[in-house]
Design a protein around this ligand. Sequence first.
Ligand code: COA
Length: 356
Amino acid sequence: METKSIRVAKGLERVIVDDTAISSTDSKGNLVYRGYKATELAEKKSFEEVAYLIAYGKLPKKAELHEFSSQLIKLSRLDNSTIRLLKSISGNAPKLDMLRTVISGMPLEGNDEHKALQMAARMPALIAYNVKAIKPMKSKNANYAERFYNAITGIEDKNLAKYFEKLLILYTEHEFNASTFALMVTASTLAGPQAAFTSALATLKGPLHGGANSEVLKYLLKFKSKEDAIRFVDKKLKAKEKIMGFGHRVYKIKDPRAQFVKLQLRTLSKEKGMYALVEYAEAIEEEMWNLKRIPANVDFYAAIYMYLLGIDEKFYLPIFAAARSFGWIAHYKEQVASNKLIRPDSNYIGPKGLKL
Ligand code: COA
């Protein structure tokens, strides 16, 4: 019996491919994690609480939070074969490539859920491996964000780590984005969590997805004035080139994460006495909106935010990956719990009937 296929939009734009109970977005600019507004979670909760919420479906009770936080510390330790693998990779390799390679090859223990948590828990240690001249933290009970922030900057400062934590929370989950969808495709073949995380990391790298944040910093640092910034926008648009940090498949009016980070930047830039990049960014955002009605996305303001927090640009994308890995745990579990192989149809347009 012949079955008919359905044609859907290129890039699966506005196509609903499955149900999810993890998070939701809409074009007006709402982002909800398991029923809670993501920006409210960023304001009021710790990274551990949100990671638990995303991975296990509910906010943790005190004892659950304590157990989860201790597990993250325990699982973050690197074994000898992982260290050997890390050492075998050139120090000049982009951090995300290093992360993807080690994640794909390091030994993991336990069942699939434990393996997924182990990968997520280890990401900060893998990213920070070989970061020179970082003193061990004085604080004995530092949380995930404080440890992660210290490992990549050497700074031990609760106030700055709190800013960092808010960004981690906003990067944790974003329904069927490209890297998560890649993870779902791999998970649907029953290849296991390690293969699925590797696919997700490979997909996150591109400048249309996670790679946008460091691209933003590169152009912002070239400006000497607001006028330079505006000229840059006009020139790019005239040449019909894309400006990194703008546009989104879902958010057509505002990206709630970008607006939240922008508000945080008002206080952070005051505390740091660093205003120029924020001023250029706001001018670019206004020009983009006036000329193209395209809003800034999270990566636009995240780039300045991380710069003001003293974070080296090479860590921007891996930070995104580490936070998003808790979303990947949830999507991995959701996919295999109600699995159907993800395998679309195609419309063949090549030559037919050729003879040899
Ligand atoms: N700069 C300039 N124009 C942009 C743009 C940008 N950053 N993003 C989208 N546009 C324009 C496109 O040129 C296109 O214009 P046209 O209709 O005149 O041809 C229109 O907006 C639609 O863009 P399209 O790329 O088809 O939308 P999409 O939903 O497929 O893509 C992104 C979404 C995120 C891939 C896209 O906005 C983009 O490439 N942004 C830059 C990369 C980035 O910041 N990524 C991080 C996302 S969080």
